[in-house]
Design a protein around this ligand. Structure first.
Ligand SMILES: [Zn+2]
Length: 227
């Protein structure tokens, strides 16, 4: 399996038969790394966790002839769009393109994904995160803690082959709470930080953790990892 970090929360996972792209985000073409010509003969599927601009990039629809789409229900393709789309909502299980796709409810917008494809298991959090903001009310932060933990408990005990978990340094020293809890209750053989707004140093910070050997050190866009 090969994983390529595109940008922000955007990753490509290549398995024997499939190419799965999560939360593609090109920033207006600046990080437009995907090219279907590199994956001829493979089943290409785009996943979009929710409709925010840093997760949903309408450029993905230019590849409708080569790809299929798994979109959170709050994401809308243009009405003229004729590509193959599976719309998903939280707490459901779908069978699509020989994959099993389970969804969690994001405590921001849309869903998180737990996918089994080609015998590999993949977790992509979308914006499901332990959004503890220092300036927020206790009620808000308590609610965030509860909603994050409840969702992660739904996949408790699983060890994913690859997991993508937010590590956002805007949360100050709480940036790691989502990953800490994920690694305590769930787990991943390879874990990629994401949603870090080009603060690549967050990967090195997480590598200092007790689970740091599982953390992959992303240092630039369009970087590939063989797993
Ligand atoms: Zn986001």
């Amino acid at each position: 399996m090969k994983v390529t970090y595109f940008n922000h929360s955007g990753f490509l996972i290549e398995t024997e038969n499939k190419v799965l792209v999560f939360d593609y985000y090109s920033q207006g073409g600046r990080f437009d790394f995907f090219d279907p010509k590199n994956y001829v003969g493979k089943d290409i599927v785009f996943f979009v966790s929710h409709n925010h601009g840093d997760h949903f990039d309408t450029r993905i629809f230019q590849w409708a002839e080569q790809a299929a789409y798994v979109l959170s229900h709050d994401v809308k393709a243009e009405s003229a769009f004729r590509g193959e789309i599976l719309y998903v909502k939280a707490h459901e299980t779908y069978h699509f393109h020989d994959m099993v796709i389970e969804t969690l409810r994001s405590n921001d917008e849309g869903v998180a994904f737990a996918v089994e494809a080609d015998g590999k298991t993949i977790y992509h959090a979308g914006d499901l995160n332990w959004w503890h903001w220092d300036g927020e009310s206790k009620e808000f932060n308590d609610q965030i803690a509860q909603s994050y933990q409840e969702e992660i408990q739904r996949i408790k005990g699983r060890i994913f082959d690859v997991a993508f978990v937010p590590a956002d340094l805007r949360l100050a020293d709480k940036y790691c709470w989502a990953t800490d809890y994920f690694m305590q209750e769930v787990g991943g053989a390879a874990v990629f930080p994401m949603h870090f707004w080009r603060r690549f140093d967050v990967c090195r910070m997480l590598k200092e953790k007790p689970y740091g050997d599982k953390i992959r050190n992303i240092t630039e866009e369009n970087q590939s990892f063989s797993l």
